[in-house]
Design a protein around this ligand. Structure first.
Ligand code: PGA
Length: 257
């Protein structure tokens, strides 16, 4: 088995119902027309879009939908929350867990994220699990230990069979939405480190097969140099996923590799 190439667009809290559908229709059309490699596309949209978009792309084997979050409990009196089971029930296959914006603004810690990973897997959702250091952690040379702890605390309780269903996304917090990208060398160095951590805990084979995405100001200009790195298997794209041209061009970077 070889690793999957994945480009996932994280819309965050953007796009109303109609403009969201418009964006999907355009992006799917352009990507199908212009991309000549086997790449998995994932649209991580707000909850309001999930069901409609899932129906729209149901017959497209390379296109998938993700939720941006799920609750850690099965069901119950949690007003305003959405469960993994509900997400799965509309046919969605992926869920982002551990995005730095949720770690920061919703105070989600590693223990809680471990529960979210568990409930996502129980419901046969594929977690796109995000890790990444803050600027001060990089500046004080703590970036490797920070990322290692994030992996250990939320994923190391999983079995070898379970970990195979996880996609990782390395997103240095200082690069998210800032226009400041990690250099291809910095990103590759961290991706190789992440793979080595996974190999040591699980197995070489599992680590080799794992898709590790880069996120943080990835755009049409820098995508090719990032995706050409040996351990970078695609991207988790925020801002640039909101424009069909840019999102398509990021995919097309794979054509030239
Ligand atoms: P960005 O966001 O591409 O806008 O930096 C990436 C992310 O937060 O997933």
């Amino acid at each position: 088995m070889s690793r999957k190439k994945i480009v996932a667009g994280n819309w965050k809290m953007n796009k109303d119902y109609l403009t969201g559908l418009e964006l999907i229709s355009e992006a799917v059309y352009m990507i199908k027309d212009e991309l000549h490699r086997e790449v998995t596309t994932v649209f991580a949209t707000p909850y309001i879009h999930l069901s409609s978009i899932q129906k729209l792309i149901a017959t497209e084997s390379n296109f998938h939908v993700a939720a941006q979050n799920c609750h850690h409990e099965k069901a119950g009196a949690y007003t305003g929350e959405i469960s993994a089971e509900m997400i799965k029930s509309v046919g969605v296959e992926y869920v982002i867990i551990g995005h730095s914006e949720r770690r920061e603004y919703q105070h989600e810690d590693s223990k809680l994220l471990a529960k979210k990973v568990d409930i996502a897997l129980e419901n046969k959702l594929i977690p796109i699990f995000c890790i990444g250091e803050k600027l001060e952690e990089r500046e004080t040379e703590k970036h490797f230990s920070t990322v290692q702890s994030q992996l250990e605390e939320s994923l190391f309780h999983l079995t070898n069979d379970q970990i195979k269903n996880i996609v990782l996304a390395y997103e240095p917090v200082w690069a998210i939405g800032t226009g400041k990208t990690a250099s291809p060398e910095q990103a590759q160095e961290m991706h190789a480190f992440i793979r080595s951590v996974m190999a040591a805990k699980f197995s070489e084979e599992i680590a080799e097969d794992m898709s590790i995405l880069y996120g943080g100001s990835c755009n049409p200009t820098n995508a090719k140099s990032l995706f050409s790195q040996k351990d970078i298997d695609g991207g988790l794209i925020g801002g640039a996923s909101l424009k069909s041209r840019d999102f398509t061009d990021i995919h097309i970077a794979f054509n030239e590799l």
